[in-house]
Design a protein around this ligand. Structure first.
Ligand code: NAP
Length: 291
C-alpha cells in the first residue's frame, strides 16, 4: 500500500497541454503499481490561490506547476524546501496532513544529470547563457556545488544583477561583448538556459562563432530537450565538444517530484529506463530533432 493509492496528482499551468509531466509521472506510477492518476489542469494566471483552496478539498495529494504559477505559489506555502526558498519559485507541491509544502526540482535535477555524466562542477569555471527561471536555478545550484566561477551571460544584466548577491563566485555579464569572450575562453562547461533553438521558437542564435572561444575540453549543455539536439549542440559537437541535452534534467526532476509526492526514495536508474521507454518515441517525433 502506497500513500498515493486512491489519490490523484496533476500539473497546473496555462497553457498546460504541452507538458510532458503526465506521461513521465504516469509511466513511473504504473511501473510501481501505484493506483494513482496524474492529470493536467488549466489554471489561469491570477487564480492560483483560489484554485489551491478548492483543490485541498479534493483527492489531490500534490501537484506540479508550470507557467504562470511558480512564483505565486511561494507565498501560498506553509513550508518551503531550501531550493524553493533560494530560487523563490515552486514547481512541486505536496499536500499532506492539511499542510502545503513547496519544492523546486530544477537545480537538483540539473545537478543529478551532471553527476550521471560524471561531471562534478566543484572547482569548474562555468558560463551560463540566459538569466531567466532555469538559469537562476542552474546558477544558484552550481554555486552551492562549489563551482569556482559562474559567469551569467545575458542581454539584460540589470535584471539579473541580484543573482550575483548569492555568491562572490557569480558574476553577471552582457552577452556578446569582450567580457563574454573572456569568460568562454576559460570555461570548463557552457550551459544554455535561453530558449534559443527550442522547438516552436522563431529565434535562433545569430551565429555560433562564440563556440570557437571555448577550450576543446569544455562540455556544452543545452537545457532544451525539444529538439533532442539543438543547433547549438550540433555546432558544438562538430567542433569536438562533448554535449548534453536537457533530457536528463527533465527526467531527474520527474523522479524527484515523485519521491516528494510518495515520501519514498526511488531507484533512479530503473525509473529513468521506465520514463525513457515512454518519452523517447514522443520526443523523437519532433520535427526539429536531429537525425
Ligand atoms: P525564461 O524565464 O523566459 O528565461 C529565458 C531567458 O532567456 C531570459 O534570460 C531571456 O532574456 C533569455 N532570452 C530569451 N530570448 C533571448 C534572445 N533572443 N537572446 C538572448 N537571450 C534571450 O525561460 P526559462 O523558464 O528559464 O526557460 C528557458 C529554457 O529552458 C526553455 O527552453 C525551457 O524549456 C528550458 N527548461 C528546461 C528544463 C529541463 O528540465 N530540461 C527546465 C526548465 C527550463 P531576457 O530576460 O532579457 O528576456
Amino acid at each position: 500500500m502506497n500513500i498515493l493509492d486512491g489519490k490523484e496528482l496533476a500539473i497546473i499551468g496555462d497553457p498546460v497541454g504541452h507538458s510532458l509531466s503526465p506521461l513521465i509521472q504516469q509511466a513511473m506510477l504504473d511501473s510501481l503499481g501505484i493506483r494513482c492518476r496524474y492529470g493536467r489542469i488549466r489554471v489561469p494566471s491570477g487564480e492560483t490561490a483560489a484554485w489551491l483552496v478548492q483543490a485541498e478539498h479534493g483527492p489531490l495529494a500534490g501537484f506540479n506547476a508550470t507557467m504562470p504559477h511558480k512564483a505565486d505559489l511561494v507565498r501560498l506555502m506553509d513550508d518551503l524546501s531550501e531550493d524553493a526558498h533560494m530560487y523563490r519559485s515552486v514547481n512541486t507541491v505536496v499536500l499532506r496532513d492539511g499542510r502545503r509544502k513547496g519544492y523546486n526540482t530544477d537545480g537538483e535535477g540539473f545537478a543529478r544529470s551532471l553527476r550521471d555524466a560524471g561531471i562534478l562542477p566543484g572547482g569548474m569555471n562555468i558560463a551560463v547563457l540566459g538569466a531567466g527561471g532555469a538559469a537562476r536555478s542552474v546558477v544558484l545550484k552550481l554555486a552551492a556545488c562549489s563551482a569556482d566561477r559562474i559567469s551569467v551571460l545575458c542581454r539584460t544584466p540589470a535584471k539579473a544583477a541580484e543573482m550575483a548577491q548569492f555568491s562572490r563566485r557569480i558574476r553577471v555579464l552582457r552577452m556578446g561583448g569582450a567580457p563574454m569572450m573572456e569568460a568562454l575562453a576559460d570555461a570548463d562547461l557552457l550551459v544554455n538556459c535561453t530558449p534559443l533553438g527550442m522547438e516552436g521558437m522563431e529565434t535562433q542564435f545569430a551565429g555560433f562563432d562564440f563556440l570557437g572561444r571555448l577550450p576543446v575540453h569544455a562540455c556544452v549543455y543545452d537545457v532544451i530537450y525539444r529538439p533532442l539536439k539543438t543547433r547549438l549542440l550540433e555546432e558544438a559537437e562538430r567542433r569536438g565538444h562533448a554535449v548534453m541535452n536537457g533530457l536528463g534534467m527533465l527526467i531527474h526532476q520527474g523522479i524527484l517530484a515523485l519521491e516528494y509526492f510518495s515520501g519514498q526514495a526511488l531507484d533512479a536508474a530503473a525509473m529513468k529506463d521506465v520514463i525513457l521507454r515512454r518519452l523517447l518515441p514522443v520526443l523523437e517525433q519532433s520535427h526539429c530533432a536531429a537525425p
